[in-house]
Design a protein around this ligand. Sequence first.
Ligand code: ADP
Length: 546
Amino acid sequence: MHGLMMRMPLMISSLIRHADRFHGDTEIVSRSIEGPIHRYSWHGAHVRARKLARALTRLGVRAGDRVATLAWNGHRHLELYYAISGMGAIVHTVNPRLYHDQLAYIVNHADDTLVFFDLTFAPLVAKLATECKGVKAWVAMTDRAHIAPDAPATLLCYEELLGAEDDEFEWPEFDENTASGLCYTSGTTGPPKGVLFSHRSTVLHAFASSLPDAKALSAQSVVLPIVPMFHVNAWGIPYSGPLVGAKLVFPGAALDGKSLYELFESERVTTSAGVPTVWLGLVHYMKQNDLRLSTLKMTTIGGAACPPALLHTLQDDYGIRVMHAWGMTEMSPMGTTATLKGKHLDRPASERNEVSLKQGRPLYGVDMQIVDEDGNALPHDGQHAGNLLVRGPWIACGYYGDDGDPTVDGWFPTGDVATIDADGYLRLTDRAKDVIKSGGEWISSIDLENIAMGHPAVAEAAVIGVRHPKWDERPLLVVVRKPGIDVTRDALLAFYAGRTAKWWVPDDVAFVDALPHTATGKLAKRVLREQFGDYALPEEVSSTDR
Ligand code: ADP
């Protein structure tokens, strides 16, 4: 017997329609690429998204077509999210930080019919246009006045397209499992792979990620996503914002500490989200200028492990709650959040911080387990580390244009190595390919990096395994020093004493001016391993009795 409830498919268009009807005057503020701050409301966004859907139809976009964006976080990008998916096509958010060859590969692989781009990327587009012949038109996301006079005559202008339309457009209703968005992983191993989201997965993820133990969003929130809309949909904020009726603040291309700080303060931002690197930049700026964020209550930090020193600074010095989260493109992206349970509240601060530094416990909808090399389930005792498998309604079961099935018995292998404790908290010890295999045992590069980041002279740290004749691999610490603070190799190694097992202490330290990062702002360990491929470890340490 079926229940007697309306069968309304979960449509992305219903999010913006809801925000327009019930939060119509709530603001959306963007630092535009042209310079000035742009303001309108959920009502204004909905009107323009419908005009855009008409313009797309006129340009020949049909259901299922891929339409690409090369754009920062801003109001036009938001309109594209809703117009493209809402009309039944697929918004393909391209990460402009990828290598040029990868960009051309992705646009061609996705068979994008149109590409919308922010002015910043005009030089990139000029080059891409010669390599991506399948693209029917390139659209500059600006008005005519900002398009260079010598731009190709075929280049279309976003504001002209919208200006020619009215907003008479009804969002179509169709199967909620229809594809809505496409986002390629950065392809640290092999070519980039396209993760294809659906209307259903996107709406369910928006619900779950808004909950109090996740991003804790409400109609009182003012949310500034630092994480780009080309990096797994800014972790879902463009969808959860309208779901709860929050005010959104988009930083555009200005992601430096000063610009972000000014926007946080002028728009009275209460919550944010970004990878650790951007927070390190913002904290550095605030410290240098003796500033505080007066309205920011909490932030989501994820995409890479949150260094303990950063969590302590934000929580203890600035009173900003850190919600450490873990996920991946294939998970839309949110999987776990490290919020406390009731029983933690009366524990000492140090213990609470320890919980907050884990990668967290699953949102409802995400199931997870750890297995050994042979696929046998390992206990959730916080001790056994194994390969992490996940499943759920917003987790990928395949890749776009790829017949292979990445799942194993219905579970998606994350490529991460983790422990899970009795309370369900996940602690990532490594990515499977970054783990340091030493004398048959595993050393966690993340743990060693976190310790180094706690040293006052360290701006950034990476730990990689380098070849060792006896132990297979030994850890090498690669460090960027803070400007003006000196520290020696021996002092850094001594800093590990009492903070980790003796045999985990790195064998050596290499000082560098900068560390390589991937297109999503993470440490590019593969590049580092290539750079330090022949690194000769000092003799006396290699023979340390472990
Ligand atoms: P890419 O694979 O393109 O770098 P993703 O954003 O999909 O981009 O990366 C997902 C991976 O990032 C995870 O599998 C995990 O290794 C790492 N990651 C994400 N969040 C965290 C976190 N809080 N702590 C440690 N690692 C994280």
